[in-house]
Write a protein that binds this ligand. Sequence first.
Ligand code: F6R
Length: 616
Amino acid sequence: MCGIVGYVGTQSTVDVLVAGLKRQEYRGYDSAGIAIIANDGTISSAKKAGKLQALVDELAAHPVREGATGIGHTRWATHGAPSDVNAHPHLADDGKLALIHNGIIENFSELRAEMLAAGHDFVSETDTEVAAVLVGHLYRETGDLRAAFARAVIRMHGAFTLLAMHSDEPGLIVAARHNSPLIVGFGDGENFLGSDVAAFVAHTHRAAAVGQDQIVAITSDAVTVTDFAGHSVMLDEFEVAWDASASDKGGWSSFMAKEITENPDAVANTIRGRIDAGLVTIPELAELGDDFLKGISRIIVVACGTASYAGMVGAYAIEQWARIPVDVQLSHEFRYRDPVVDASTLVISISQSGETMDTLMAVKYAQEHGARAISICNSQGATIPRESDAVIYTHAGPEVAVASTKAFVAQITGLYLFALHAARVRETLTHEDLTHNAAELEAVPAKIEQVLTTGSTVAQLAKWMSDTPAVLFLGRNVGYPIALEGALKLKELAYIHSEGFAAGELKHGPIALIDHGQPVFVIVPSPRKSAVIHAKVISNIQEIRARGARVIAIAEQGDAAVLPFADEVIQIPLADPLFEPFLAVIPLQIFAMELAHAKGLDVDQPRNLAKSVTVE
Ligand code: F6R
């Protein structure tokens, strides 16, 4: 939550900052601002409530003065409503210090009282201004930004990435990280800071993640890092694996439209290099050791939102192939339930951003209680993979639209790869079954391509349904998490009340919701390979049709049994049952996006949301 950018160099600082914010706007979009140490030695700043465009308009009307050092921020409000005055940067020390912040400073009221007692005033309601005033206060005592900053950060509790600069020390930005992300970008005669690499990937591919409780100082030609105790630290540099163009819209009407079409690549790129002679081998799992994999007693998947639904799909494959019991728990529920974990437990965290605070804390909790933890993550150098014992990176490329699409199918791919790797090591599948399932996985991208061709039919359906007040989704087995995901996509994008149910639950309550004309999406399993549950789903369809539901079935090509009972059928290619989720979810992603379009909503930046939930 909140996107941060910092720059010291010779390019137009305004342009670098605004472009860096544009690429990180998915992290928060209720206000934005920049501050620059101008060439005249004073701080020049602008900030505006609303989307980044409001700041861009403000800068066009009232340009800030250029200089070689600047910081920028795009906000998702925590303390204080979105407003011009609560937007970052916040100024202190008579306007000579500017500071931006991502996170929550939990002891802000105590620090605020202390600063008020010391004679300082506040203009905003934010915890961030407290940090600015505190650093400014300590600057007056020390006359040194690094020293003031180091003294300030150890006074703060909670989660924060802070960037500060002072007009008496032009050419320097000091930043700190505690439970919030911070990445450095190394340029040639210029250096960058960002919440993620998107902030600066247009300028450099050389990056390093700043570690927990570390302070980094950048000038145009140096990057120095210490821990909070002042000891020097070396950062591990990595090469950013994607180009700036990957996070551009590239002619599409929205990032989401682009990202849905990238579903096949997300799967293919995640598989690449991990199947050899028909068998899955994930070198990254060597860290765990085969003996550990053989002796695992239980897997707990921790994740939030869409990632948790990917976890639910993956659980079916891990249990079926690797014969390990799997629980899927929402990270925030796991952490506070006093869970039973031990040295034979493997915790698998799933996170696109790798920064979701609840998931990070669940991982730490599990490790502290003796479990091993691996992560499935889409963001290089993010905190969760860094804290895990091993990581299976998904290679979906940057996902900019706030609602997850291609990262979801990549997460399922990562889990299936894990399941096949574990099944090989644990000898729970025959060689023939291992190679068959690996081949099925490799066939998924081409099948998703086929499903994408149903896009215009689904779009038409969405237009017809644009004034529907509620939509229900039903599925069984692996279709159940897909029903949950379809409902989540629709509520977050189109603001329509929608619910996903396990079809077997219908008669235990939800069927009371069925009334004349109620639209219900039903994910129908294959009649060839899941004959028993197929028959049960057909019965469920008949039950809701009898009560007036309008049924939209997502069914396998050639499934004649569904035709008499469905108002609409969206066909998906033939696949083994465990591979149907990859295909069934695509029309649901398109449906939610198109319905939001039809209602004139912003599909990339739905209200009240941010892509990376870095606060609890
Ligand atoms: C919904 C969505 C969210 C995320 C969730 C976890 O479309 O994107 O539900 O899946 O916030 O985020 P990550 O995967 O970054 O941990």
